[in-house]
Ligand binder design. Structure first.
Ligand SMILES: [Zn+2]
Length: 505
């Protein structure tokens, strides 16, 4: 059989170009631009992912489309899942003139309804902070008799008010069905096991002998996710674009529930020793609002029901996490049998026996008071980078009988990273220097990403070797090591692309 390349070069009438515009060499800002020129001379331009760059924010303000291409020229956008580094640049694209369809799973759309609004508010807050800083410096300069310099004010990339303009553009894509997105372009979503609604995206461009299939992993979850249905196999693709978050790491093989039970029981023993000034201790669990919070709540429920931990009051104190849990309850079919059956039988799988969602300020305020019994407070952000969880930490980090259990990825620079990795004696919260007396625990067991062996196991189910595999969404070391692992295990041809690199497929 002739290699594909020869067959294609004999048919120059069809051209597919892929420009890597994000998540190249790092884990943020996923964005891939495709241009398909059909044999009939029609050109279709689309984006696979529309992610906000959260590590290097200045990138979001650069031209993120190839030279000569404007937002209004894009025919449609495909979004694999709701995380902001895969979706959060969409309002900026719409603001710039994009009017096409946005294809995504219905659960992703439901999550984006509040995640994008929150992202808009964060953009506004960031601009406000910069502008207040500029104002302070100008005031200081004036007081010192210096001439006032005109410094341009910071404008948010987009605001919460811009976000609703995106919503009418969404078109729902269900798993395992083939959709025609444009002449000669078909797409199928399969389950990714990463967060609710997350999809592996398989796109077929062209017809018959010319057909070229591209499989993009988006983000893929563990081999056996705690609640969601697992990553589904894909049989064939000419090109694979794979995430590489854990390209050089293997997850610890240990029993997640057993570990959580051990941490909670130890924390409970410390917490029930009353301090005369501050009462009982508290167990604070900072967790990412989407997926990690419902998973932790489900685990606490399971352990309570099995009598493996004391029956403690559990409070969810995060507006975003409450909204996220509500979306999770809407989609029984996306869960494993145990959680699906609970939902179908009218049992809330995310509500431990003594559970309250804090929707009123007085409910939150009561949690800052001294407690008469040990309680669990779950909140976001997962890295303690902001939000109401900071106030709980401000109160509880100084207490010897309290415990903080971090349950997810901790990025450099975040308070969570410092507490978990550096074991500091003091930390700064809301501008105050606090002694750290509470016990800090960390569980990596809640990772939403497959490790390299799990992704290679998924790749090994392909019936044919892809012509090329592109590795994205990983740090430098992870990408290079993952390349070596795939080459060794499967003999595939692998490239680690650079940002703005263009490939003809
Ligand atoms: Zn993700």
């Amino acid at each position: 059989m002739k290699p594909e390349k020869d067959k294609r070069s004999a048919r120059p009438s069809q051209r597919i170009k892929m420009h890597i515009m994000g998540s190249a060499g790092d884990v943020s800002g996923s964005l891939f631009y495709f241009e398909y020129s059909s044999p009939q001379g029609k050109t279709t331009r689309f984006l696979l992912e529309c992610g906000l760059h959260q590590e290097h924010e200045e990138i979001n303000r650069q031209k993120r489309l190839p030279k000569g291409v404007e937002a209004k020229d894009i025919n449609f956008v495909i979004i694999s899942h709701a995380h902001i580094d895969h979706s959060g640049w969409l309002p900026a694209l719409v603001k710039d003139g994009f009017k096409g369809a946005v294809y995504t799973h219905p659960a992703t759309k439901d999550l984006l309804d509040f995640l994008l609004l929150d992202s808009g508010r964060l953009q506004e807050n960031a601009a406000d902070r910069v502008n207040r800083f500029i104002a302070r410096r100008q005031k200081k300069a004036e007081a010192n008799g210096k001439k006032k310099r005109r410094i341009p004010l910071s404008v948010p990339l987009y605001t919460a008010e811009d976000v609703p303009l995106c919503f009418p553009l969404f078109k729902q894509i269900n798993y395992n069905q083939l959709y025609t997105l444009a002449d000669g372009i078909k797409m199928r979503f399969t389950e990714a096991g990463h967060i609710l609604g997350a999809a592996v995206v398989t796109i077929t461009i062209g017809e018959g002998e010319d057909a070229c299939t591209i499989c993009f992993t988006g983000n893929v979850g563990r081999a056996t996710p705690p609640m969601l249905r697992p990553l589904a196999a894909v049989k064939n693709a000419d090109y694979v674009i794979s995430e590489s978050t854990y390209g050089n790491k293997l997850h610890k093989e240990r029993d997640r529930l057993k570990t959580l039970a051990e941490y909670i029981n130890n924390a409970y023993a410390r917490a029930k020793v009353k301090d005369r000034a501050t009462g009982c201790g508290v167990i604070v669990i900072p967790a990412f609002a989407v997926d990690r919070v419902p998973t932790v709540l489900h685990d606490v429920q399971t352990l309570s029901n099995r009598g493996l931990i004391p029956n403690m009051a559990v409070y969810l104190d995060s507006r975003m996490a409450i909204a996220g849990a509500a979306v999770y309850r809407k989609y029984p079919a996306l869960f494993n049998d145990e959680v699906r059956q609970q939902l179908e039988n009218g049992v809330d799988p995310f509500a431990p026996p003594r559970y309250l969602e804090c929707t009123k300020p007085e409910q939150t305020n009561a949690l800052y008071e001294n407690q008469n019994e040990p309680i669990i407070i779950v909140g976001s952000s997962g890295m303690a980078a902001g939000g109401k969880i900071l106030r709980h930490l401000e109160k509880r980090l100084v207490q010897k009988n309290s415990t903080v259990i971090f349950v997810g990825y901790q990025g450099t620079g975040a308070l969570g990273f410092d507490l978990v990795n550096n074991k500091p004696k003091h930390v700064r919260v809301h501008g105050k220097v606090l002694p750290v007396r509470a016990t800090i625990e960390y569980m990596s067991d809640y990772s939403g990403h497959a490790d390299y062996e799990e992704i290679i196991a998924w790749m090994s189910k392909f019936e044919n070797k892809p012509r090329k595999t592109f590795l994205v969404h990983g740090d430098g070391g992870a990408l290079e090591e993952f390349k070596g692992h795939i080459e060794k295990a499967l003999g595939w041809s692998v490239v680690v692309p650079q940002r703005r690199q263009c490939f003809e497929l």
